[in-house]
Design a protein around this ligand. Sequence first.
Ligand SMILES: C[S@@+](CC[C@H](N)C(=O)[O-])C[C@H]1O[C@@H](n2cnc3c(N)ncnc32)[C@H](O)[C@@H]1O
Length: 252
Amino acid sequence: MNASRSTIKNLRNFTHMRDIHLSTINCKKVIAKNGKNSSSTRWLTRQLSDPYVEKSKTMNLRCRSAFKLIEIDDKYRFLTAGQVVIDCGAAPGSWTQVAVKRVNAVALNPQEPRGIVISIDKQPIYPIEGAIIIGNADFTQQETHAKLIDTLQGRKVNVFLSDMAPRASGIKEMDDDKMADLCYLALRFALQVCEVNACFLIKLWQSKYLKDLEQSVSQYFQTFKIVKPLASRSDSAEIYLLARNFKGLCKT
Ligand SMILES: C[S@@+](CC[C@H](N)C(=O)[O-])C[C@H]1O[C@@H](n2cnc3c(N)ncnc32)[C@H](O)[C@@H]1O
């Protein structure tokens, strides 16, 4: 996730580079020391030629993922000033940066209501002005849920975001299982803390679990759709499920 540090590390492995400039047009070819097209070589080539990477640097955003949220929200407009947002799997923090701005969490616009963004990740998150950061917190652990509830201090959530993804093992079945577990966990938790009419946006992978998850979400939200923003790489199995208008839980 720390792109600049790993980029520097990767750069050390290259003896020969051609045409590397930090622009889309000129980043053409990276040749590894051993002449082979290793995965780190491919990663670096892709990073250097990715317009979103470049754009995120110029806009001072922590990573290219920001543009996935920007794109989805520009189209569906669910983030507004004054909202309470939970951002799960928030490190390094680019979604949080976007959310802070859109819900007016730093009160940059004093005429608008001030929102709240609570960001958690199992990795540490460097502070972001306007956000309440809960780093080193695994969402699969009950104590993380307790911390979130504590931080909410009785407030209800208007937008629940999850960009969480398990570390891929390469074994598809196992990775899909883990991703589905995270999605269901996020859904279950969101149901407990969300306000009626809240919005729920989660990352998932195209897998055999998709239909069941859609079915579950449709029980609790009036509408949902699957979205694949342009900023999400076309060769990635990731997609996003955007559910709107939480119906609320029936009190028994
Ligand atoms: C794609 S990154 C998120 C990028 C982030 N949305 C941004 O814009 O900066 C996925 C994150 O999910 C986190 N994650 C995965 N499993 C998690 C878990 N069980 N609890 C908390 N965070 C988790 C990872 O640590 C990683 O930082």
